[in-house]
Design a protein around this ligand. Structure first.
Ligand SMILES: Cc1cc2nc3c(=O)[nH]c(=O)nc-3n(C[C@H](O)[C@H](O)[C@H](O)COP(=O)(O)OP(=O)(O)OC[C@H]3O[C@@H](n4cnc5c(N)ncnc54)[C@H](O)[C@@H]3O)c2cc1C
Length: 478
């Protein structure tokens, strides 16, 4: 048997700009393997559900290219499964796209140790980021801590060019390994909401969808700068799930968008703004690589002393999207039903939790990590720390969003809130009803949403947060 090209599929469900897949195809007949391991099963339910959609779409596309052979899905730890495959097939190396989280690094280290006695190795390939982190360093040679100079350096350096695409026709490895059936795979048995509901409201998965979405977005990129902060307008790209799952690479987005901006100057300002958001994603990954505990520890260490509230009944109401604050509840309901939430609303929801409720940002982060289909460990952690005031280049703690004013400014006519809150303005949109259909039986949320945004609550919460902040600062100064 010819030794196969072994491709360990993990976060790169695409064929374009996928150097790991392309390298495996060069090594020999392709054996693409996906492991249902502890690391995957420890991530949030919604993002696992979404990953399953990505896997199915990739598998179907792979079958087309190979004439029938798809992904071999195996349950177990990579350091047990993959060395056995190496031994059985005579492969010399395993190709994987680099996904540099602390958890994945630990899995990779264990795998390398298990492969070494077999004389085989693990090769990591780029594609997850615009540029290799080592290429972007401050004048002092350290990782950047502030977005603006980071973005300037990245624009000067330029994004790396997209890597190789996988061939249009792929020779599959004639393996006789028995894998799990993808059609009946259930990666999110613990999902708290009806999966039929998510299937109905979530955006379609797959690399083809990602490419189409990018094209559609670029056509209307001129409205992005003015519209992107308005949850009542469809102005943003909705590419975050595709990026989180590697259904499209940021390098490819950069290359296509830059060409488009050069060809159509009217689109250029919108595309520049859009790419600056893609750089925020990049910044978050560079931060996570330099600080692997970003999701669990405040970047500014002194913030571990802040008197955060922990689990309270107010937190339960926030998780259940029943705070009585319209924009906050609308955002949390949108996330529950669709797996997504508009960026402006994410900021308001996170501010309400960390400021008015003075609740530990990590509890909010966990709820998002469990509920978002576009969950990204770096973007989620950086943004929660940014809102809470304890991250690098963070919004200062004393900048507290007033959610009522935010709603007046960004959802002037209430279009977004009407969509998500049954009872808002006496309405009951299908999306708002869908939220109620998704609730576990032990959640007692009134079917008719009621406002509870008294001036006292808004002002009182703000003042309590500022008092706590001033106390915290004076304690530190003492
Ligand atoms: C508290 C909080 C938690 C968040 N958690 C996540 C998360 O888990 N996953 C995630 O992808 N984004 C997260 N974001 C960032 C942002 O809300 C989403 O990326 C954005 O809403 C996705 O919509 P879009 O694709 O239409 O964005 P667009 O506006 O079209 O932006 C294009 C791309 O740029 C990136 N991007 C945009 N804004 C940000 C940002 N603030 N930080 C990092 N990258 C950004 C995303 O990859 C996005 O797809 C979070 C923001 C906040 C405030």
């Amino acid at each position: 048997m010819t030794a196969p090209g072994l491709f360990w599929l993990s976060r790169d469900f695409r064929f374009a700009d996928n150097p790991a897949l392309a390298a495996a195809c060069t090594d020999g007949p392709l054996l693409a393997v996906f492991c249902v391991d502890d690391l995957l099963m420890s991530q949030g339910a919604a993002s696992r559900w979404r990953l399953e959609q990505a896997l199915r779409a990739f598998d179907a596309a792979l079958r087309k290219r190979t004439g029938g052979r798809g992904v071999l899905v195996l349950r177990g730890e990579p350091d047990r499964i993959l060395p056995a495959l190496v031994q059985n097939t005579g492969a010399q190396r395993i190709h994987q796209s680099d996904w540099p989280t602390a958890g994945m690094r630990a899995v990779q280290d264990r795998l390398r140790a298990a492969l070494a006695p077999l004389g085989a190795g693990l090769e990591l390939h780029g594609g997850h980021l615009l540029a290799h982190p080592a290429m972007l360093r401050s004048g002092a040679g350290t990782p950047y801590r502030v977005y603006t100079p980071f973005a300037r350096a990245l624009r000067q350096h330029g994004a790396d060019r997209p890597g190789r695409d996988a061939p249009a026709r792929i020779t599959p490895c004639a393996d006789d390994h028995q894998g799990l059936a993808i059609e009946t795979l259930d990666l999110a048995p613990d999902m708290h909401r009806g999966r039929a509901l998510l299937a109905k409201f979530a955006l379609p998965a797959g690399a083809q969808q990602a490419e189409a979405r990018l094209d559609t977005f670029l056509d209307q990129a001129a409205v992005y700068p003015a519209g992107r902060d308005h949850p009542d307008q469809p102005a943003t790209s909705n590419l975050s799930e595709h990026l989180a799952l590697g259904e499209i690479s940021p390098r490819r987005i950069w290359a296509i968008a830059s060409l488009r901006a050069a060809a159509e100057p009217a689109l250029a300002p919108g595309i520049t703004k859009f790419l600056s958001e893609v750089i925020w994603r990049e910044f978050s990954w560079h931060l996570l690589i330099a600080n692997p505990d970003l999701p669990t520890q405040p970047w500014r260490q002194e913030w571990s002393e802040f008197p955060w509230q922990q689990r309270t009944s107010a937190l339960s109401r926030w998780e259940q999207a029943a705070t009585g604050i319209s924009l906050v509840d609308a955002g949390l309901r949108e996330m529950r039903v669709t797996g997504r939430m508009h960026n402006r609303v994410r900021m308001v929801v996170a501010s309400w939790l960390t400021k008015h409720m003075m609740t530990d940002w990590r509890l909010g982060l966990q709820h998002f990590a469990d509920s978002l289909t576009d969950w990204d460990p770096a973007a989620n952690a950086m943004n929660w720390q940014w809102v809470a005031g304890c991250g690098p280049d963070a919004s200062p703690y004393f900048r507290i969003f007033n959610p009522v004013k935010q709603a007046e400014e960004f959802d002037k006519k209430g279009i977004y809130r009407r969509k998500w809150l049954a009872g808002f303005d006496g309405s009951a949109a299908p999306e708002a009803i869908a939220y109620h259909d998704s609730l576990p039986t032990d959640w007692h949320v009134a079917r008719h949403w009621r406002e509870d945004a008294s001036d006292e609550r808004l002002r009182g919460g703000r003042e309590a947060a500022l008092d706590a902040y001033n106390w915290f600062r004076s304690e530190r100064a003492a």
